[in-house]
Ligand binder design. Structure first.
Ligand code: ADP
Ligand code: MG
Length: 309
């Protein structure tokens, strides 16, 4: 990549993200221009090949003084609108630092971390989960800044949707599971919480840093109960869960480790985790699926059985 030439958008990212719809395709088409615009506006020099996940293009850059950073391009959606507010509220404490931001396009200039050293590359499961839990405890101790989307609204919308979605599931046990998840959320609706949540806190969204050994990236911030933060840490490395003697036991061990580290009431945390399963189930139905993910079924079944134990 050169400063003068167009920015290369990785073909795999363009194809996968663009396939979501016309809006997403248009945004992919605009990316080279958008990247060039911000390289110029913030006087950045490209410094290596682009990285990406499912939803962002991340360009390593150098700032005018030569310090390393990354330019992160991400479409503004309700889930991503709070990225800057969330990162500012965390002030780099356990999370990547926001160096600059453009509200209109959602473009971010971030502190450069070590992309070659994600927490997902730490081989030992328990070590990785303990590190993640410690980060989750710090992040969710921070009160949410004003203006973020709120778990109370998200939960109310899910409860309105659940009765329409349940009949789309082919298996009566899964229909019952969806309704049980909804009932669990319904019981918590008048206490939705007010902490700053990351929403996508799994080992792929934690990178090695210099200021701190591990720093969190890629938040989709919302205001809510920390119990709503646990599911991505419970269902990560699912192959390792299945390799164990008893998937239910592993789910419970992870749940216990997380609730202990965050100091959460187990019943409430189980209820909000079932809320995450409900959220995933509603998205699956919206996408035309008629069965739930086995992973989600395993987690929900285990928590429904043991939530107060
Ligand atoms: N601050 C950063 N420093 C270095 N690399 C980063 C940084 N942020 C993201 N990356 C790289 O870009 C990838 C995608 O970034 P991420 O923010 O997780 O986007 P997505 O929303 O697509 O998952 C990461 O997995 C990592 O390889
Ligand atoms: Mg990511």
């Amino acid at each position: 990549m050169s400063t003068a030439g167009p920015v290369d958008v990785p073909a795999a990212f363009a194809a996968a993200y663009g396939a979501h719809g016309a809006d997403e395709g248009r945004w992919i088409g605009e990316l080279p221009r958008l990247a060039a615009e911000f390289l110029e506006r913030w006087s950045l020099r490209p410094d290596g090949p682009a990285a990406h996940g499912m939803a962002s293009l991340v360009l390593p850059v150098r700032r005018p003084g030569g310090s390393p950073a990354v330019l992160r391009l991400q479409q503004v959606r309700p889930e991503t609108a709070g990225v800057a507010a969330g990162l500012r509220a965390w002030r780099g404490d356990g999370a990547v630092l926001l160096l600059d931001h453009d509200e209109a396009s959602g473009t971010q200039l971030l502190e450069r971390l070590d992309a070659a050293r994600p927490l997902s590359a730490v081989a030992d499961d328990d070590t990785a989960l303990e590190l993640l839990a410690a980060l989750a405890a710090r992040l969710t101790a921070v009160p949410a800044p004003p203006g973020l989307r709120r778990l109370g609204d998200i939960a109310a919308a899910m409860l309105a949707e659940a009765p329409r979605a349940a009949p789309s599931l082919a298996d009566p046990d899964e229909r019952r599971l969806l309704r049980d998840c909804a009932a669990s959320v319904g019981a918590l609706l008048d206490e939705p919480g007010d902490r700053l949540l990351h929403w996508d806190l799994h080992d792929g969204n934690v990178l090695g840093g210099e200021r701190e050994p591990w720093l969190v990236i890629d938040p989709e911030p919302l205001a809510g109960d920390p119990g709503f933060e646990l599911l991505p840490a419970i269902d990560q490395r699912w192959d390792a869960v299945l390799a164990g003697a008893d998937a239910g036991r592993t789910v419970l061990r992870r749940f216990d480790l997380l609730t202990d580290a965050l100091g959460l009431d187990r019943a409430r945390a189980a209820g909000w985790t079932l809320g995450r399963v409900l959220q995933n189930a509603l998205w699956d139905v919206e996408d035309g699926r008629t069965a739930l993910e086995p992973t989600q079924v395993a987690i929900a079944t285990t928590l429904l059985r043991h939530r107060s134990g």
